[in-house]
Unconditional design. Structure first.
Length: 249
């Protein structure tokens, strides 16, 4: 089945970074706009992200973006810090093109950004964080030790640039930004949905529980049996359930 066509857009963040985005119109009209935020080293042009946008478009219009340092966007990745400005530009664009309700749906790093954006900058009607980390500097799994090697070592940053086209800033955080679980405490009254798999190889379930426990109502936690990590493991059935949740916000 062919994927729903999308239309390119170029956004500028409040700190002057050019962000590549794409709008997939809703299959049945309506006032819901869903902003889709990919994980670290991802892109709106990857097949997995395009498939998710296609499924979500049955419930609302979808605006997907490439975070700074990813894909065709400018700048360098700060791995979840300044990316809140990228997401904010996409949220503002979604409202500007006519959607009156906006829900952010973020995967992994994108989930952390969605939590931090909603808690710190506000401006959304709902948040979905899928496979998101609760806290920074987690190294308790082998995949996350590999991620930290890519972020912290010159050879790792070079490998990420050559292998995935991801440009990572070499500057350390100063100051360290509030962690996703801390931001989650400030999302209400917008509703929050936390989705996490019990087979996630990157972040164990305690991350999901920490985010959910830190947030105030309205909030929900879905622990998905057998679900791995982020976009690549997400089934169409799970994405449809997320779309239905977003449509009820």
């Amino acid at each position: 089945m062919p994927l729903t066509p999308s239309f390119p857009a170029t956004l500028i963040t409040r700190d002057g970074v050019r962000i590549d985005a794409a709008h997939t119109p809703p299959g049945g009209g309506g006032d819901l706009g869903i902003v889709l935020a990919h994980g670290f080293t991802g892109s709106l042009r990857e097949r997995t992200t395009r498939r998710i946008a296609h499924v979500l478009s049955a419930f609302g219009g979808v605006v997907a973006l490439d975070f700074r340092g990813h894909g065709r966007s400018g700048g360098e990745s700060t791995v979840g810090d300044l990316e809140i400005h990228d997401l904010d530009a996409a949220v503002r664009h979604t409202r500007a093109i006519g959607y009156t309700r906006v829900v952010t749906v973020g995967f992994s790093m994108g989930g952390a950004v969605a939590l931090r954006h909603a808690g710190l900058l506000k401006g959304v009607d709902g948040v979905v964080a899928v496979s998101a980390p609760a806290r920074w500097h987690y190294r308790g799994t082998r995949p996350m030790r590999q991620v930290h090697w890519a972020i912290e070592r010159p050879a790792g940053r070079l490998a990420a640039r050559l292998g995935k086209g991801t440009r990572i800033s070499r500057k350390p955080w100063d100051p360290v930004p509030p962690a996703p679980y801390e931001a989650a405490a400030h999302i209400a009254p917008a509703p929050l949905l936390v989705v996490h798999g019990d087979a996630d190889a990157f972040f164990p379930l305690d991350h999901a529980h920490q985010i959910h426990d830190s947030a105030r109502d309205p909030k929900e936690l879905w622990v998905e049996p057998g679900y791995g990590h982020a976009e690549t493991a997400a089934t169409p059935a799970l994405i449809r359930r997320i779309g239905r949740w977003a449509a009820m916000v």
